[in-house]
Design a protein. Structure first.
Length: 600
């Protein structure tokens, strides 16, 4: 308990409260009712004197709401001090400067009864001026977060946000925020939130705020409201935590848009073809693909196993986001591998090339949408019919595989359900993929020009697997490893080739090239299930044999010791070179120079 001075001359003043229902600071202080002061004034000056019989003037007042007050004592000719007391007569604050220096007390007080004392220190008389000013502090600030716990990356929204201003003066100026993490480091939210002077309810102002980009941890959010004079309400605090539930995408994908898209697409536990197309297209934001986005896309591809990405999707995605020799061209024009700064158009063309099959082989014929089915009535070597390019080695390989291992042919094709088919080939025993659409080259009469030559493109009876395989092979040629001319053209795969290469690329098996003609070795190979193709001599062949041509061995009759050969020109080629021939060993020796085969 502080000392209470005695022998005082006491004066009383009352506060006038306009809006008594709101316990906030809009009091006016009347220190001398007899002086007929303005009871609504925030600034008042009271004159007095201290002498031998009047050491202390004690002014009592009552506040019905929280107020920010300034008491200033000046006009002194001798030493006098100021002292603020509560209702219990305990000293709250004082100002005790020497001699005739001015005194001042600044404080914010809650509702209650108080006294301000002006008292003489020296023995000399003095007059004084007591200046009383009321800075209206916002009496109450309130806010809270919409939840007490959040996941990493989630937005923290503030609710019930108000700064109260009770006298209707519309002078709430701002609210400052401080965010403290459990580590003790302050995180900047915003310097201030400014309020408009046009407040629909004169007593308070509502405001909104949202916190984003916060990492895991425990947080304390503090705020303080200020009026235009700088007076403030007490600090208000609220706490919340952000749960450390970072998933694989938080830890591995840097770009926010790609992180959200890939996470959402992986919600079913698989990142499939349509998912990856969508993710790749999300990297087009801003019309360019930046370095971070490319890094993230490559991270997704390199983690294909974790993301349960089908193998063909991984391979095609890798061609898009990393590199492939075939990326240098698209529809005959320059394209290029993806790099930081690549345009959204380049990205879309890479997607079209590998996932949508729109980079069709260059040809002088006209592409038209081919009707029909991929397979009809099973898979047969008789489905093969060579057209206007010299690729008998490849078509013979397809025919041989169809007759000896039809399941291999069937598994080559993936129907994407959008009129495109992704096809599998094998590069040194490793699967590679390319996509084709349903458009095939036709002549002026509307007949297919290459494989399935002579078929009406519009016929529903078309069986298209051979034509699609040939088209895919022409597209794959541009990748530079099928031992042709590395162009995306039909003529590019028509330069001649080895059946052994075609068999290896179709089946994934190792092959033997140029085996010498030996009956025992041939029969043993056939009986063991090896796939076998023959190359005819360039000259001196029988009249029913095409010279310098590839044939598939489709059967062997051990009783008659006759071999059945298939000419990839087709069973119905209506020429003197029949599609199916039965040959004796002597016939083979006279017209064929070698045979290729797979190796078990």
């Amino acid at each position: 308990m502080a000392e209470v001075l005695v022998g005082v001359s006491t004066k009383h003043f009352q506060s006038k409260d306009t809006y008594i229902i709101m316990p906030i600071d809009y009091n006016s202080i009347n220190l001398s009712p007899l002086a007929n002061t303005n009871t609504t004034s925030k600034n008042q000056v009271f004159n007095g004197w201290l002498g031998h019989n009047n050491r202390i003037d004690d002014y009592s007042f009552t506040l019905s709401g929280r107020s920010s007050l300034n008491f200033a004592l000046d006009g002194l000719s001798a030493d006098a001090d100021l002292q603020l007391l509560d209702s219990n007569r305990s000293v709250i604050a004082g100002s005790h400067n020497s001699r005739d220096s001015a005194e001042s007390i600044d404080t914010t007080l809650d509702a209650g009864t108080y006294s301000i004392q002006v008292y003489r220190v020296s023995g000399k008389r003095t007059s004084y001026n007591l200046n009383v000013s009321k800075n209206e502090a916002p009496q109450l600030l309130q806010f809270s977060t919409d939840k007490s716990s959040y996941q990493a990356g989630e937005t923290v929204n503030l609710i019930n946000t108000r700064a109260f201003d009770g006298d209707g003066a519309n002078d709430i100026a701002r609210v400052d925020f401080w965010l403290q993490k459990d580590s003790g480091n302050s995180q900047g939210i915003s310097d201030t939130v400014q309020f408009s002077a046009d407040i629909s309810d004169n007593r308070y102002s509502s405001f909104n705020y949202a916190l984003t980009g916060l990492g895991s941890g425990n947080y304390q959010l503090s705020a303080k409201a200020y009026d235009k004079s700088g007076a403030s309400a007490d600090n208000v605090q609220t706490s919340f935590n952000i749960v450390s539930t970072q998933d694989w995408f938080d830890l591995n994908v840097q770009d926010g848009v790609l992180r959200v898209e890939s996470r959402n697409r992986f919600a079913d536990g698989v990142l499939d073809r349509n998912d990856m197309i969508a993710v790749l297209r999300q990297a087009n934001d801003g019309a360019t693909v930046d370095a971070t986005e490319i890094t993230d896309l490559r991270t997704l591809v390199s983690n294909a196993s974790y993301l349960q990405m089908p193998e063909y999707v991984r391979v095609l995605s890798n061609k898009v986001v990393n590199s492939d020799t075939a990326n240098q061209k698209y529809q005959g024009n320059t394209l290029g591998n993806l790099n930081p700064g690549s345009s959204d158009i380049q990205m879309e063309n890479l997607i079209n090339k590998w996932f949508l099959g729109s980079d069709r082989p260059q040809t002088s014929y006209t592409y038209q949408y081919a009707n029909g089915s991929l397979f009809q009535n099973g898979i047969s070597y008789q489905d093969v019919k060579q057209g206007q390019t010299n690729n008998c080695y490849f078509l013979a390989g397809l025919a041989e595989t169809a007759v000896r291992s039809p399941s291999t042919i069937e598994s080559m094709f993936i129907d994407n359900g959008d009129n495109t088919f992704t096809m599998r080939f094998w590069h040194n025993g490793v699967a590679d993929y390319v996509t084709v659409d349903r458009y095939l080259p036709t002549n002026s009469l509307g007949y297919l020009a290459y494989a399935n030559q002579g078929s009406d493109y519009n016929s529903s009876s078309n069986e298209l697997w051979v034509a699609f395989a040939e088209k895919a092979y022409a597209q794959l040629n541009e990748s530079g490893w099928i031992h042709q001319d590395n162009t995306n053209t039909y003529t590019g795969i028509g330069k001649g080739g080895y059946i052994s290469d075609a068999l290896a690329q179709i089946t994934g098996k190792k092959t033997s090239l140029g085996n010498s003609l030996n009956l025992t070795s041939l029969v043993d190979a056939f009986n063991s299930g090896q796939l076998i193709g023959f190359g005819s001599k360039s000259t001196g062949v029988a009249s029913n044999i095409v010279s310098g041509h590839a044939y598939a061995l489709i059967d062997y009759n051990s009783s008659t010791q006759k071999f059945t050969f298939f000419n990839p020109w087709g069973v119905d080629n209506n020429s003197s070179k029949p599609g199916v021939l039965e040959l004796s060993w002597s016939d083979i020796e006279s017209s064929f120079s070698y045979w290729d085969s797979t190796i078990n």
